[in-house]
Ligand binder design. Structure first.
Ligand code: GLU
Length: 382
């Protein structure tokens, strides 16, 4: 029984994959109805539920004669299919939730929306207001407008961002597989389901294989990345088979289904998590040895005197990578100064900032509170 792990859970993000609610002919309305029945029961038990649902492309693709796996379809065609399918998807949820006296609200997001702190906070306010009114928010990527640079790319990733956005304690990923296996169950009949993961080590990540499913964009790889993001934020993550009717409810009943990833023991604060995972770095600062030590060993903010060189063009509020003199990246932070301003003040003392620029935003180029340790590879932004 896993009840104990769910004891502190109040707000839950549930990610519903295309493979769960659609097949080659489009949406599977029965499955959507069964899921909404479970959502209703969970709400009756006092949980706040936010859905992240895929299925727009799957719902619209037949109209354009599209066949084949999502990654083989061109972006404009996928976007056109999503434009056709998104309203169908919402209609299906609206009808199914209505059976239980519930209302749905559509939230379409791009990564760019969440990387901008004001838009991020606005999206958060909207979601909180919907929850207050007892409405079920249903999030999807705004597929029709995204280009590569501002895409989440897959809804596993989006669901992890949403978990941070609404500060949920649990992320449930409904998939068309039972969970994480120690090898690919489609190839190896002896593959075993891993019931619990305490820490996402490289060995565990290697178990994910590489293949995506037929209808969804992600495979186990993107699910593990999502689990990593969510657990680092302090939210437990369950990957379960959403095609089996009422599995969602069974999970909350305490049954040991799928794979459960325990929340990190030392979770990141929401803002740091946002810097680590949502903001894309726009440039690089190379620090001298003194500044490197001050930041890494003494937990200090970054001052202009310790910056040796900078790369790239960035604005105030953008994220930049921090590197040592050998070019090794070790942190990421949000800069208080633009690259143009920085070229004029690097290597200078904080007391000189104002006389050089004629103004100053503060002594720190990157305040400690706006900095996260680790490489982009760890944050999957490379
Ligand atoms: N946003 C896409 C859709 O609704 C799904 C992306 C994914 O499969 O993760 O069809």
């Amino acid at each position: 029984m896993r009840t104990i792990l769910l004891a502190h859970v109040k707000r839950v993000v549930i990610k519903i994959g295309s493979g769960v609610i659609s097949d080659n002919d489009g949406l599977d309305l029965d499955r959507i109805a069964t899921l909404c029945e479970d959502v209703h029961k969970l709400r009756q038990r006092g949980y706040e539920i936010i859905l992240v649902s895929s299925g727009a492309v799957a719902a619209g693709r037949a109209d354009l004669g599209i066949t084949g796996k999502p990654h083989t379809i061109s972006l404009p065609l996928k976007q056109a299919a999503a434009a056709i399918g998104q309203s169908r998807l919402m209609r299906a949820y609206k009808d199914a939730l209505q059976q239980h006296g519930l209302k749905a609200a559509q939230i379409l997001l791009t990564r760019d929306d969440l990387a901008n702190r004001r838009r991020y906070l606005n999206a958060r306010n909207t979601l909180m207001t919907l929850l207050e009114f007892g409405i079920v928010p249903i999030i999807n990527e705004n597929d029709t407008v995204v280009v590569d640079e501002i895409r989440f790319g897959d809804n596993d990733n989006l669901s992890a961002m949403a978990t941070n956005l609404v500060e949920a304690q649990l992320l449930v990923i409904l998939s068309d597989v039972d969970g994480l296996y120690n090898s690919d169950p489609r190839r190896n009949p002896l593959a075993e389901l891993i019931s619990e993961v305490e820490r996402l080590t490289p060995e565990i990540e290697a178990m994910a294989g590489t293949e995506a499913t037929m209808l969804g964009t992600g495979g186990m790889v993107t699910k593990l990345k999502a689990a990593k993001r969510a657990t680092l934020f302090g939210a437990g993550t369950a990957i379960i088979n959403g095609r089996t009717p009422h599995n969602l409810l069974y999970l909350f009943d305490g049954h040991e289904l799928g794979t459960y990833f325990l929340p990190a023991r030392d979770p990141m604060a929401a803002r740091k998590h946002w810097i680590a995972f949502t903001k894309k770095p726009k440039g690089k600062l190379i620090l001298d040895d003194g500044a490197y030590k001050a930041v890494v060993e003494r937990g200090k903010s970054l001052l202009p005197s310790g910056i040796h060189r900078l790369d790239g063009s960035f604005e105030r509020g953008d994220a930049v990578r921090l590197c040592d003199l050998n070019g090794n990246e070790f942190a990421k932070g949000v800069t208080n100064y633009t690259s143009a301003e920085l070229t004029r003040i690097i290597g200078k003392k904080t007391t000189e900032i104002e006389s050089i620029l004629g103004y100053k935003y503060g002594d720190e180029i990157i305040h400690r509170d706006n900095m996260v340790m680790g490489t982009g590879k760890e944050y999957n932004d490379q």
